[in-house]
Design a protein around this ligand. Structure first.
Ligand code: PRX
Length: 568
């Protein structure tokens, strides 16, 4: 029997108050995610239960119990407080998937600051934009990444502390740098946890849109209620489970379901700090006897490519439940996983802004391969007309996915960008920015994004950010970036570029520009293909028509371009 039992019954009887009661929380109480994931679990008698099995890329393994995690998160919290970091200040985590990332996240929350996790693969410019916008006062990083921080430090006067977690003393520290090792620092048994309440800011996750700089979706400690209950009902986590979330905490999946959801449920989880390799992944599942697995379509499609034969070389009999998020999970992937593992991947849909799973497939509920499933109990989701924002009502009609605001983990603002935040709410709905339809049985079917954001391997990349960076290249006069179909990553970035006089398009220049973006932004933002053009198609008002270029890549009917121009 699954945790959720009958989906229909749960929808009928669901109350957020019951979830609060389950967590021993009453309105107005102190609620601190750091405390709930560590101290509370220890108080429940699970102090000696493993919280984390961590495996590095060299094969090194580290194990931590809930009690050890409690003490280490205290130790980090105390260190940050002693540095002078105050409640509400932003502390950035710029680390590989090392234990310090996970415990640092909880330590920051325990002392009342706001955690800002960023991918360690980010280049200087991506890092700078987000640190500057968040006005972060500290960054926690590793020796291997500190070089990127050093290069931008002079332009970040507010960033007072650069904390290096693995400094070995071999080289002198530079300005604002400080060395801290959570393992060798004096252990802090008792820490006075910051008395945060429901609306106290907790996490700032940056996400890309079509226009402007990336925006910081700001969450609060009360998000715990949603993250706890969705981890329980959707991931179906129980006390005996060994859970693996493959996502990096630079991405919201890696915090909501790689930290908060599982640990607030007192679940043992595994982390593999290495890149994707099918054989390593299967070995990891076999070695740790992983039972529940949360991954993404790109990874699943990569596994499909490696074939069933590889799967048969491993004992994966421990697996009992598998979920996926980030991009449409194609029907083939659902069917393949059913045939290969004897279990189907359950698609889940949500966003950085929603903070927790909104629409998904539940254990025990019939899966329609290719469908995202149904709204989480307690969530009212619908598809609304693109102009009137009224529910479309008729099954099969495509419109925008919309959710009634007010669930616990809904983002509370975009950092310093109230206007864009407000623009996301229409006619009483939160508008996700995705198109879908609902069938006669109430299942949601994803159609596509309603903007120009590129989804590559589940990661959203803003075309504007890449285009701005491209303009910094000496040869580029103007550019437009769109998503191009890709069998594994769903989309990859394709750039259309008009060169400055005196430059000629060549393979060599293409490579140089690609590398320029990889270093400045990230490997994900790097165009996989560049097409040089004499000039780019524009609207009458002079805006570049990305949609036209995109339609060309997808082989879609372009139709009457005057309407495209009007839409701009
Ligand atoms: O376009 C949808 C796509 O990813 C977007 C959210 O991206 P992000 O904020 O980075 O968060 C991703 C992880 C929660 C959505 O607006 N997306 C996410 N899940 C799905 C999806 N598209 C189709 N099917 C999904 N299951």
């Amino acid at each position: 029997m699954s945790n959720i039992g009958s989906y229909e019954e749960k929808v009928k009887n669901f109350k957020w108050d019951d979830c609060e009661a389950e967590l021993g929380y009453k309105k107005g109480d102190i609620i601190n995610i750091g405390e709930y994931c560590t101290d509370r679990i220890c108080r429940m008698g699970k102090g000696e239960k493993p919280a984390l099995f961590w495996q590095g890329y060299t094969g090194e393994i580290k194990k931590y119990t809930f009690n050890r995690m409690r003490v280490l998160t205290n130790t980090i919290a105390r260190y940050l407080k002693d540095l002078g970091i105050k409640e509400g200040e932003r502390v950035c985590l710029f680390l590989d998937k090392v234990p310090e990332l996970y415990f640092g996240f909880l330590g920051i929350l325990k002392m009342g600051a706001i955690a800002q996790p960023l991918f360690s693969a980010f280049g200087g410019e991506s890092l700078f934009t987000r640190l500057e916008d968040a006005e972060a006062t500290a960054i926690i990083t590793q020796k291997k990444h500190v070089g990127k921080v050093r290069k931008i430090l002079n332009d970040l006067p507010r960033l007072k502390h650069v904390i290096i977690v693995d400094d070995d003393g071999s080289k002198p520290l530079r300005q604002r740098e400080t060395a801290f090792s959570m393992e060798t620092a004096a252990s802090v048994e008792d820490f006075e946890i910051f008395p945060s309440t429901a609306e106290t800011p907790s996490v700032l996750h940056y996400t890309s849109g079509t226009t402007g700089k990336p925006k910081g979706a700001q969450h609060v400690h009360y998000s715990l209620i949603s993250q706890y209950i969705t981890a329980k009902y959707v991931l179906d986590l129980t006390d005996e489970d060994i859970y693996w979330c493959t996502a990096d905490p630079g991405w919201v999946t890696g915090t909501s379901y790689g930290i908060i959801g599982p640990w607030s449920n007192g679940i043992t989880q595994c982390v593999l700090d290495s890149g994707f390799r099918a054989d390593t992944w299967y070995q990891f599942i076999e070695d740790h006897k992983i039972t529940t697995w949360y991954s993404a379509p790109t990874a699943i499609r990569s596994l499909m490519r490696e074939g069933k034969e590889l799967v048969q070389q491993y004992d994966l009999s421990s697996l009992r439940h598998m979920c996926s998020v980030g991009e449409p999970l194609n029907a083939e992937a659902v069917i393949w996983s059913g045939e290969t593992f004897g279990l189907s991947f359950h698609d889940t849909f949500w966003q950085t802004e929603t903070g927790s799973i909104m629409i998904c497939n539940y254990p025990g509920m019939k899966i329609k391969p290719g469908s995202m499933g149904k709204p989480f109990p307690g969530i009212t989701a619908d598809v609304v007309d693109m102009k009137t924002y009224e529910p479309v009502k008729k099954s099969g009609t495509v419109g925008l996915i919309a959710i009634i605001p007010g669930w616990p983990s809904m983002f509370r603002s975009y950092w310093k960008n109230e206007e864009v935040y407000r623009s996301k709410f229409r006619n009483g709905w939160y508008i996700c920015g995705d198109r879908a339809s609902i069938d006669e049985d109430g299942y949601f079917w994803f159609v596509g994004r309603d903007d120009d954001v590129i989804n590559t391997g589940g990661h959203l990349v803003g075309p504007f950010e890449i285009e701005s960076a491209l303009l910094e290249h000496e040869a580029v006069a103007e550019s437009a970036c769109v998503g191009k179909p890709d069998p594994v990553n769903m989309e990859v970035v394709k750039a259309f570029i008009a060169l400055k006089p005196g430059y000629k398009g060549s393979d060599e220049l293409e490579l140089k520009i690609m590398n320029f973006i990889r270093k400045k932004l990230s490997p994900l933002a790097m165009p996989q293909e560049i097409e040089f053009m004499d000039s780019l198609p524009k609207t009458r008002s002079g805006k570049i028509m990305r949609r036209l270029l995109r339609a060309k890549e997808w082989g879609e009917e372009i139709g009457d371009t005057s309407t495209l121009e009007d839409n701009e």
